[in-house]
Each structure stands twice: as structure tokens, then as C-alpha cells.
Design a protein around this ligand. Structure first.
Ligand code: GLV
Ligand code: MG
Length: 316
């Protein structure tokens, strides 16, 4: 079953206080950062703080992720070795930022396999989250998605991406004067989404940096949720509830999806008349309706939603 990742909380590994605070926040995923939120001189301590926090525990129910530095730096191998040797059993995924080629995912996969083998960890359990943050990464996204069975998510990194393609605006998700940036992001978001759906990965939208502007957050999150994205980063506790709400189906949509699944099951069965297209109330449902309902139902179930209606077969 797919792990719910509506809200992906970024926590700098340099801050034991924030690592601790993350335990009490209702985020679906917490990712502890050793990359861009941590200054070069603070990276060695960040690794140690993260190992200690993971081993201490308290993140139950959350996907536990560590973002290492990208392969063009000198830090990646030591990030991975220290964190996975130190806390591999208490860690779910490594996030690899600025992925540009499939080889970079393969390199991480090989390194993880070695560390797992030599430390008695289950081989292949730790997943990879690939952050797409530049033009080359986006162009290679299909190969990146398929580079290892460990890849679980494809993540948009809007800040680095805007820099990479020379985008004029400096505010993620906002419009520079005279141009509809909604359109500019659309291609990138859809490209990531197509790769995610083609290869059965989760599509995650990145940060919204104006952390005081909750309406702006909801608007930008609403856009990627409407397209089909599974979740978005949160940089501040206030954004957690917004992400959980925006990326969950509405209760009525979830109930309706479960109803369609039950009704369709019944009507296609011998007892229900083995029909392929039937009326559910005023709505015609068929196999394609079932597929749409499956998506909503999976998101609702993964988010722990409970249905409030049941399907009653018509009495003969
Ligand atoms: C996140 O890493 C970003 O660059 O937006
Ligand atoms: Mg980035």
C-alpha cells in the first residue's frame, strides 16, 4: 500500500530542537536535511544529530527520510555512510537532491546495498526519493524513475529549478510582471507527474518559501493537488494542516469513491446481473469510473479516512 505523503516536513539536521519538535507535528513525512538548509561547517554535526534523533525514535507513523548532499559535492558518500550505518534500521528513505542522471541513482543504490549488507540490515528496504531540480534532471526523468526499484518519489525542487533555468521570478509560485508563471510551472509539474504515473512513483511538490503566506501556500498546493500530485513540502508547522487538507480527498468524494467501488463490484457480479455500465443514483458508472474511484479511495485510505456511507444492493 502506498505510504501517505501529503505533508513532507523539512527539518534542518543542524537543529536538535527542531528535530525533536517534528515528532509532535502531524506531518506524513519528516525529512531531516543535511543539504541546503545546513551550512557547510555544520554538516558533520547535522549527521550526528540526525543519527541520534532517528535512534531515539518518536517519529512513529511518519515516513522518516534524510536528505543527503548531491553527488557533485564532496559530502554525499559520508552523509550516506554515517547516517545509514548509524541509524539504518530507523530510517525509511534517503532523499537525493539535484539528481541529473540515472547513474546518480544507481550509485546511491549500490552504496546503500553495501551498507545494508555489511550492517545486517534488510537489503533494499531503504527507499530513494529523487529530487528533480534542474533542466538535465527533468530531461532524464524517465530514466531516473526507472534507475532503481528503491525509487519511491519524484520531487520538484522549485527554488533550485528556477535558478537552473534562469526564471525571472524570485518567489516560488509567484508571477513576475507580465507573464503567467502558472503556465511556466505547468510543463515542469506535468512532466514530473507523467514520469511518476508511468513508473508508479509518488509525485511530490517542493517548498513554498513565503512561510507566513498561508493563503499563497494553499493556492500553490491546490494547483499541484488538482493536477494529481500526492503531496507537498512544508517548511513551517502552520503549513502541515494545510497540506494534509489540500492533498486529502474531501469526505464526500471519498465516500462516493467507496460507494462506486462497492456498487460496481456488485453490479458486475453474477448476483448483480453481470452488467458493465450501470446507474448509481443519477450517475452512469463503468470500468473507467472504477479506476477514478480507486485513485480517490487509495488516497483516502492512505490518509486514514473512514467512510460514512455504505452501499446497499437493491432488494429483489
Ligand atoms: C528545494 O530543494 C528547492 O530547491 O526548491
Ligand atoms: Mg533544492
Amino acid at each position: 500500500m502506498l505510504r501517505s505523503r501529503r505533508s513532507n516536513l523539512a527539518v534542518p539536521g543542524s537543529s536538535p530542537k527542531m528535530l525533536d519538535k517534528a515528532k509532535g507535528l502531524p506531518a506524513d513525512q519528516v525529512f531531516m536535511d543535511i543539504e541546503d538548509a545546513v551550512a557547510p561547517l555544520a554538516k558533520p554535526d547535522a549527521r550526528k544529530n540526525i543519527v541520534a534523533a532517528l535512534n531515539e525514535g518518536g517519529y512513529e507513523g511518519k515516513v522518516r527520510v534524510v536528505r543527503v548532499n548531491d553527488w557533485t559535492t564532496q559530502w554525499t558518500y559520508a552523509d550516506v555512510v554515517e547516517v545509514v550505518e548509524g541509524a539504518g534500521a530507523n530510517l525509511d528513505c534517503i532523499m537525493l537532491p539535484k539528481v541529473q542522471t540515472a547513474d546518480q541513482v544507481v550509485a546511491l543504490d549500490l552504496l546503500l546495498t553495501q551498507i545494508e549488507k555489511s550492517n545486517g540490515l534488510e537489503v533494499g528496504r531503504i527507499g530513494i526519493e529523487a529530487q528533480i531540480e534542474n533542466a538535465l534532471g527533468l530531461i532524464n526523468i524517465d530514466a531516473i524513475a526507472q534507475a532503481s526499484p528503491r525509487v519511491e518519489t519524484l520531487i520538484f525542487g522549485p527554488a533550485d529549478f528556477m535558478a537552473s533555468i534562469n526564471m525571472k521570478s524570485l518567489v516560488v509560485g509567484e508571477q513576475p510582471p507580465g507573464y503567467d508563471v502558472g503556465d511556466a510551472y505547468h510543463y515542469i509539474l506535468m512532466r514530473i507527474l507523467m514520469a511518476a504515473r508511468a513508473y508508479d512513483k509518488q509525485a511530490i511538490d517542493g517548498p513554498y518559501l513565503a512561510i507566513k503566506d498561508l493563503d499563497g501556500y494553499k493556492r500553490v498546493a491546490g494547483r499541484s493537488a488538482a493536477l494529481g500530485f500526492d503531496g507537498k513540502w512544508v517548511l513551517h508547522p502552520d503549513q502541515v494542516a494545510a497540506a494534509n487538507e489540500v492533498f486529502s480527498p474531501r469526505q464526500e468524494d471519498y465516500d462516493h469513491a467507496e460507494l462506486i467501488l462497492d456498487a460496481y463490484d456488485y453490479y458486475t457480479s453474477a448476483a448483480g446481473g453481470a452488467k458493465g455500465a450501470v446507474m448509481l443514483g443519477d450517475e452512469m458508472i463503468d470500468e473507467a469510473s472504477r479506476k477514478m474511484a480507486l485513485v480517490i479511495s487509495a488516497k483516502g485510505r492512505a490518509a486514514g479516512m473512514a467512510r460514512t456511507t455504505t452501499f446497499e444492493p437493491p432488494s429483489a
